[in-house]
Design a protein around this ligand. Structure first.
Ligand code: 3HC
Length: 707
């Protein structure tokens, strides 16, 4: 392996990092020793006065430490050593006798940013792909090559914590404002600017720096001020993680140690904590999710020749209501395609256009797009009350009223105007695609694209193939969903698809527990304690009780008694409570804010909370219902693999990522234990808990979902 080449330009050594046969540059033990050799030879080369480190890859500077390498570690000592070695190499960069300048274009993440932090000067390209961040906590670890030490020293404690504790990366222009990079230039002149900066540094004529050093505000300079910032950050972390994710608190500790006792002590503590976390269960689960989502990014959803996948340049959206507007808005914002809305009247079309523009405006305000980009994208939006312009569409998504006949009518009209190779998608959450294909002239191009609301925030998309859908159509929809920024799973046409199939018994069980006397708070608390972002009753309020009630009756009709809903939700809907959007459901809402339990809901349902079942029992029953359904639906082929099922549950309704997804969780519990528990619940609580068939087999044979 020769990942590094040295080019010499006017007395500056330009070190080009390009890992052979790999899509990204990553730091491994072998790369590290190549860097050490290269720096060694540059140190003794008298014809060279400075170094520039640049990537040979088009879109990546350095993607961080090689994740494959640290997941192979078995003991915390090994992981700590790995971190110490990384730190030592970067100490070598920081203390290198000649100036080191990094030229950053593309992703500069984790160990890649730590490398840049150790260098003496940072130039970044203004390309939108240039992103800088320390995403380690998202993998359940902490920056372990000096990031917890050098970032706060460079940009100030508060801003550094914001980056380290969330793992979110920032664009180069923001990095420039924070002083994280010293200069921002177009990629075309990146190398040239970096070389001239290196030369100036070598001649002791420091080039201009970003003013970020001032970010270390007065408050942070004294130990009392620092303590206040750290204490506040710890409080926020505890609230956000519910105690389930150890990495952010560990990162805080590494930062604190370094600021109180100096760089060397900080690095030592950082490596120890990195060692503990890297071999811990939470990190293992989060890394599995990283690899699963990365693999999904390349999965076409159906086995097709790449040439069969059609590129969508022009999208049609029929039904410009709340959902249609959001789909069109995200499509233009993320994928930059031409979007044409169709609605029955001008008012409807106007609403759709306004909704989509609002989304673009928000992005402009948050500086995610420039004013120029905003104008360009806005001009891609148009609308019509007939189907004019639809002959040129590559994909049309309908988001009209949730009724099979209405949707079929829309497809019939579309078939008269669109080209043969245009994909027709329904954004349905409950209607079988098979019914929408009935009577169609070209059923092979009809499929489902189930987006979740709010479309711009919810990361999952289910692409549903009906019995007649052609693989090319599925692959086209999957590819487009991904361009919209979604994590896409390809699912079979089966009632509820994947997400609603799992949610129905889970939400129903919450209703049964309520009817038995559990309080609203206890039900929600049981699941937030388990790690869900919200409990099932809050989720019902968010989804809309009317929407959930309708979906639930479809599922009841499809699956019979096992999915019979508890009486509560329908009664609440009948009383006009539809959840957050109506101002009340299980909770009250004022001005868009949740204001606590709506106590009148109990009286309305004729219930009085009795303090039982206990929180532990609530958790047991809700999970049993969910896990049982996941096992059954996977066996029926609703999703193609346990991987897709777990990703769907995590991104679709917030199954706790640190538990790896419902199917991985079954593996952890053991199918035998879950099977026994379900049998017990089937006898003591109700037949609906009868274990799904595959669990019986797994319990007998000791097999797992994941080998
Ligand atoms: N280690 C190992 N493999 C990596 C990797 C890494 N840090 N980063 C990316 N890859 C692999 C992916 O698994 C994928 O492999 P495959 O082709 O075999 O499936 C391949 O590189 C391409 O990745 P993507 O498909 O994700 O490419 P994109 O262009 O869409 O995205 C990226 C590029 C933004 C760099 C994205 O891959 C990413 O976010 N990577 C992870 C970044 C990260 O978490 N870095 C921190 C690592 S931990 C660390 O640095 C510890 C340190 O503090 C000591």
């Amino acid at each position: 392996m020769d990942a590094l080449t040295i080019e010499r330009v006017d007395g500056v050594a330009v070190l080009v990092f390009d890992l052979p046969d790999e899509p990204v540059n990553k730091l491994s033990a072998r790369v590290k020793s190549e860097f050490e050799d290269a720096f060694g030879s540059i140190a003794s080369d008298e014809s060279v006065s400075a170094v520039v480190v640049i990537s040979g890859k088009p879109d990546i500077f350095i993607a961080g430490a090689d994740i494959d390498e640290f997941v192979a570690l078995r003991t915390r000592e090994e992981a700590e050593t790995l971190s110490r070695e990384g730190q030592a190499m970067l100490d070598g960069v920081a203390n290198f006798p000649k100036p080191v300048v990094v030229a950053i274009n593309g992703a500069c993440l984790g160990g890649g940013l730590e490398f840049a932090l150790a260098a003496h000067y940072r130039v970044a390209s203004s390309h939108p792909k240039t992103q800088l961040g320390l995403p380690e906590v998202q993998l359940g670890i902490i920056p372990g090559a000096g990031g917890c030490q050098r970032l706060p020293r460079l940009i100030g404690l508060r801003k550094a914590l914001e980056m380290i504790l969330t793992g979110r990366s920032i664009r180069a222009d923001r990095a420039r404002r924070l002083g994280l990079v010293d200069a921002l230039v177009p990629n075309a002149i990146l190398r040239e600017v970096a070389v001239s900066a290196a030369r100036r540094l070598a001649e002791s004529m420091p080039p201009r720096r970003a003013p970020g050093g001032f970010a270390a505000a007065l408050l942070e300079r004294n130990s009392i001020g620092r303590r206040i910032v750290l204490r506040q950050a710890a409080k926020t972390v505890r609230r956000r993680t519910g105690g389930h994710y150890p990495a952010p608190l560990a990162a805080l500790e590494a930062v604190r140690e370094g600021l109180s006792h100096g760089l060397a002590a900080g690095l030592r503590r950082e490596a120890q904590l990195f060692g503990e976390l890297a071999v811990g269960d939470v990190s293992r689960k989060l890394v599995q999710i990283f690899f699963a989502t990365t693999a999904l990014k390349k999965d076409p959803g159906e086995s097709v020749e790449p040439s069969a996948v059609r590129t969508v340049e022009r999208l049609g959206v029929v039904g410009a209501g709340f959902m249609g507007a959001a789909i069109g808005g995200v499509a233009v914002a993320q994928a930059g395609v031409d979007v044409r809305f169709r609605d029955a009247d001008l008012e409807g079309v106007g609403n759709g256009l306004r909704g989509a523009r609002r989304l673009l405006e928000r992005r402009k305000q948050r500086r995610r797009i420039s004013r120029f980009e905003y104008q360009r994208l806005r001009s891609l939006l148009s609308g019509t009350t007939d189907y004019s312009g639809f002959a040129a569409r590559d994909l049309v998504i309908e988001a009209v009223f949730e009724d099979a006949d209405v949707k079929r009518g829309v497809f019939a009209e579309l078939e008269d105007v669109v080209r043969e190779e245009c994909v027709l998608a329904s954004n349905t959450s409950t209607i079988p695609i098979a019914r929408l294909q009935e009577g169609a002239r070209h059923p092979e191009r009809i499929l489902g694209m189930h987006f979740f609301s709010p479309v711009d925030k919810m990361p999952l998309l289910e692409v549903i193939r009906g019995p007649a859908t052609a693989p090319w159509a599925v692959a086209t929809a999957v590819a487009f969903g991904r361009r919209m920024g979604k994590t896409v799973i390809s699912v079979r046409d089966h009632p509820g698809f994947w997400v609603n199939r799992l949610l129905t018994p889970y939400l129903n069980e919450a209703g049964w527990l309520l009817a038995e006397g559990a309080s609203i708070e206890a039900i929600d608390k049981a699941m937030t304690r388990f790690g869900f972002p919200v409990g099932p009753l809050t989720l019902l309020d968010e989804v809309g009780l009317d929407v959930a009630d309708k979906a639930s009756s479809v599922m009841h009709a499809a699956f019979g008694a096992r999915m019979a809903p508890a009486p509560g939700v329908s009664a609440l809907v009948a009383s006009g409570r539809r959840g957050r959007k109506s101002g009340s459901g299980f909770y009250r809402y004022e001005g868009g804010k949740k204001r606590g339990v709506d106590e009148t809901a109990y009286a309305f349902l004729g219930l009085r909370p009795a303090g039982a079942p206990s929180v532990a029992e609530i958790e047991r029953r809700l999970l049993a219902a969910l896990l049982n359904e996941a096992a059954g639906a996977l066996a029926e082929g609703v999703v193609r693999s346990a991987r897709d099922g777990d990703i769907g549950a995590i991104f679709g309704f917030g199954f706790p990522p640190f538990r790896g997804g419902p199917l991985r969780y079954v593996d952890d519990l053991g199918a035998t234990a879950l099977f026994a528990d379900l049998e017990d619940l089937a006898t003591s609580v109700g037949e609906r808990f009868a274990p799904a068939e595959p669990l019986a087999e797994m319990a007998g044979s000791g097999t797992r979902f994941y080998p």
